[in-house]
Structure formats: structure tokens, C-alpha cells
Design a protein around this ligand. Structure first.
Ligand SMILES: [Zn+2]
Ligand SMILES: [Zn+2]
Length: 258
């Protein structure tokens, strides 16, 4: 049995944004419905233990909320600050617990992380995630995806070795090529990043799909269920949006058992 638990569903700045007085940020400050930490997910697997996807600057708070003090395996999608800003804090935790952290990331991502935080290698073993790995009963593979004006990120595909269940985590992407879309066809579950409902800005300035694009694409891909993450202050969880039955916004603590 595997449990997927959303620990953060926010965009790069989280919600509320420090400088922002919009309705959604103000609501997040007071009643909390729209409060969002940076995107990350906890995976509890009977065989593989605690796996965590992405280690943003809210990682410490997310661990508190999860009542966890350690994790077994970290998977990292790309080296943007909202996905790696918590690594120094995790490295410190490993140091005090006298254990080495294990993190998997594509090798070009490891290079970027090592350039930025060279001392992390003292506490964390970074292992290449260019080839598929095995975590419990899951075959897990990574592939490069376009991330618009921000360059590239990676998405992860999880395939169960015995029951055939397939799900993917793709938090930061836009303008995927036909090749990059291939792993997304016929998924049982897709966790997809969409920062806005309908992003009004010029395409060249964007870096993540919006909800209207997700609706179209997931229909094309034949995805059975889609959960949206990486949500900015444009998304107000108190509102009703016209979404297909197969799609919903994720929120902190949302848990799925597979
Ligand atoms: Zn991001
Ligand atoms: Zn990013």
C-alpha cells in the first residue's frame, strides 16, 4: 500500500505572497483556506518507507505538519529555489541525526545543486536519476520537460510492478513536445502544476501550464484523475471553477491511498 500526501501546493512564492494584499492572500493570512506552502509531496510506502518529492524553503514547516523528523529518500525535480531551498536544513537534520540523506535527481540537476550548495555532499548522497530506479514495488523514472522561460524541469513516472497502476508528478512544465507528452498518456493519476486558472501573460514570459490548458491536455492524454498543484494566489479555493469530474485542486494534507 502506498499513500500520497500533499505537503505543499503553492507556486514559487507560496500563498500568501509577502508583498500582496489581494483577496486570496488576505484570506490565506486570516482563515487559511488558501495558505499554500511550496509544492512538495510525501509518499508513504510500506516497503520503501518515507519518500519526499522536492525540498523547498517550507520543508521544515512541512515536516512539522507531517509529524516527521526524518525521511528515507528525496526525489528532486529541478534546481529552482522553490524546489531545493530546504536542502541545507535537511542536511543539518541529517548531521544531527548522524545519518546520510539519500537524494535522487537527474545528473544535470545534481550539478546545479552542488554548484549552489557545495557543502551538502557532506551529509547527503546525491545519486543519479537518469535511469529508472526501484522504490518498493514502484519503478520510478524521470524525464526532462520544458519549463518555459525558466528552462527545464523533470517529471517523474511511477509504475507499479504488479498491479500496473501508473501515476506521474509534473509540477513545473509548459509547452511539452510530443515526445515529452508520451509518458502522460493513459495515466491513472497525474499531479500537474498549474499556477493560474487562465494566465493572461504573453506565452514567452510563462513557465507553467494554466488550468484551462490542463483541462484540454489531460483529456487528450486520457488521464483518469488529475490533481492540480503549484497554485499561485490566482486560485481561490473558496470559488467554484468549471473543472471536469476527473480534475480537482489539491490542498495541503490531501491524501490518496493506492
Ligand atoms: Zn516551481
Ligand atoms: Zn521551477
Amino acid at each position: 500500500m502506498t499513500k500520497l500526501i500533499f505537503r505543499g501546493t503553492g507556486d514559487s512564492m507560496g500563498v500568501p505572497r509577502v508583498y500582496c494584499r489581494c483577496e486570496v492572500c488576505e484570506e490565506a493570512r486570516t482563515t487559511n483556506t488558501n495558505r499554500r506552502y511550496r509544492s512538495s509531496m510525501q509518499i508513504e510506502d510500506r516497503e520503501a518507507g518515507t519518500i519526499w518529492i522536492d525540498c523547498g524553503p517550507d520543508w521544515g514547516k512541512q515536516m512539522e505538519q507531517a509529524s516527521l523528523i526524518e525521511i528515507d529518500t528525496m526525489l528532486i525535480t529541478h534546481a529552482h529555489f522553490d524546489h531545493i531551498g530546504g536542502l541545507p536544513e535537511w542536511a543539518d537534520a541529517c548531521r544531527w541525526q548522524k545519518k546520510r540523506g539519500v537524494a535522487y535527481a537527474p545528473s544535470e540537476v545534481i550539478q546545479e545543486i552542488s554548484a549552489r550548495f557545495p557543502w551538502l555532499a557532506n551529509q547527503i548522497s546525491f545519486q543519479s536519476f537518469d535511469e529508472a530506479i526501484t522504490l518498493g514495488s514502484w519503478r520510478v523514472s524521470s524525464w526532462r520537460v520544458n519549463h518555459g522561460k525558466n528552462g527545464y524541469a523533470y517529471a517523474f513516472l511511477f509504475e507499479h510492478r504488479s498491479n500496473g497502476y501508473k501515476w506521474a508528478y509534473c509540477s513545473d512544465s509548459i509547452g511539452l513536445t510530443e515526445d515529452q507528452q508520451k509518458p502522460l498518456f493513459g495515466l491513472d493519476l497525474l499531479v500537474l502544476g498549474t499556477s493560474f486558472y487562465h494566465e493572461p501573460f504573453a506565452y514567452e514570459t510563462r513557465s507553467v501550464y494554466d488550468v484551462t490548458e490542463a483541462v484540454e491536455l489531460t483529456a487528450k492524454w486520457g488521464v483518469k484523475r488529475t490533481l492540480l498543484t503549484h497554485l499561485s494566489h490566482d486560485i481561490d479555493q473558496r470559488k467554484h471553477y468549471p473543472l471536469p469530474d476527473t480534475m480537482q485542486f489539491a490542498n495541503t494534507g490531501l491524501t490518496l491511498t493506492i
